[in-house]
Design a protein around this ligand. Structure first.
Ligand code: UFG
Length: 340
């Protein structure tokens, strides 16, 4: 009898204990994949890893660990989200972003490709575009990031492009626009205690966890003077990862760079009004100085996403996104969870 019995293939999700990563793990499990999560818990939570996934605590830069996980779990595909992700913080501490995102990802990819990984889905960002001349932005628009976070992700896109030509793997860079909301049935959500993302911050204010919300600048060249963003529901974003992976498997000679957004934007003031409307609570809003590294508007042209993948939005509704985010916030605060 042969001793070479390989386990069922699995997909490795780095950063799978984080907000977006945990939703990606859920989407993969829902689609029938076996999932292994690698996360160092620097910002993630072990409790966020779905119970049906295998959890390995460790660093993406630990080549030995990465190689061992890939061999043990018969992994040929990775979804790589591990890294640092705050635009504001990246302007204050850029070297942290280059070390974690560029250094960490390069080491991870080297170990993964050497261990036989054939498909890589990478969590990139709309921050690679910077201040664009017109909205919505297409994937072939110039990429001129205005913050170190965007620069670090753009460098990894370049690393993937160059190394996929030299080695036997293909990749998809998914450029996330503003991710918000929570799993509609309450299985996961954004748990960070030091959140800076607008919808999360506003939901905390609506739940009485903070006094109010500061609006970072109301003198932008936008309809109401506040920044405009394209908010995509985290479960829709997670579903795009599964579809991108399946596309990579069906087209092993193809690489994909895709915007992930809905193609329309809301201003900061419109978002705050939605949170007040959906929650039924008003909270103080104070206009503050602009935040470093914030472009005035960022809205996706998602035509390529819609043409390339079977993906279609299921939760393209700001009030629904806010309702799901609020449900999660209330769950964290110990309220009884109710489906939105
Ligand atoms: N904002 C406020 N007050 C707050 C928090 C945010 O006014 O308390 C404003 C910001 O200035 C910005 C907008 O709300 O204009 C959105 O800010 P977020 O911090 O929620 O999100 P960012 O747009 O800075 O960044 C997010 C992701 C990035 C991604 C980007 C794409 O964190 O990874 O969206 O648009 F690149």
């Amino acid at each position: 009898m042969s001793a070479d019995i390989r386990p069922e293939p699995a997909v490795l999700v780095t950063g799978g204990a984080g907000y977006i990563g945990s939703h990606v793990a859920l989407a993969l499990l829902d689609a029938g994949y076996n999932v292994v999560v690698l996360d160092n818990l620097a910002t993630g939570f072990a409790s966020a890893v779905p119970s049906a996934a295998t959890f390995r605590q460790g660093d993406i830069a630990d080549c030995q660990l990465v190689s061992q996980i890939i061999h043990t779990h018969n992994i040929d595909s990775v979804i790589h989200l591990g890294g640092s992700l705050l635009v504001g913080e990246s302007s204050v501490d850029p070297l942290k972003y280059f070390e974690n995102n560029v250094g960490g990802s390069s080491r991870f990819l080297r170990a993964a490709v050497k261990a036989g990984v054939r498909h890589v889905v990478f969590s990139s960002t709309a921050a690679v575009y910077g201040e664009t001349e017109s909205q919505p932005v297409r994937e072939d628009c110039p990429t001129e990031p205005i913050n170190p976070y965007g620069t670090s992700k753009l460098i990894i896109e370049g690393v993937l492009a160059a190394s996929s030509r030299a080695h036997d793997f293909n990749y998809s860079s998914l450029r996330y626009f503003n991710v918000a909301g929570a799993d509609p049935s309450g299985r996961s959500g954004q748990s960070s205690s030091e959140a800076t993302h607008l919808i999360k911050v506003a939901c905390e204010a609506a739940c009485g966890k903070r006094e109010g919300v500061r609006i970072f600048g109301d003198d932008y060249d936008t309809p109401d003077g506040t920044c405009v963003r394209d908010f995509i529901h985290v479960s829709d974003l997670a579903a795009a990862h599964v579809d991108a992976l399946e596309r990579l498997r069906q087209h092993p000679d193809e690489d994909l760079v895709l915007n992930c957004g809905y193609g329309h934007g809301y201003s900061v003031k419109e978002v705050l009004a939605a949170v007040e409307r959906v929650s039924g609570y008003t909270f103080p809003q104070a206009v503050d100085a602009r935040r470093a590294g914030d472009p005035a508007a960022l809205v996706a042209d998602n035509g390529k996403l819609l043409r390339t993948l079977p993906w279609r939005p299921r939760y393209d509704d700001l009030d629904l996104i806010v309702a799901h985010a609020l449900n999660w916030e209330r769950k964290l605060a110990g309220y009884t969870f109710e489906d939105a």
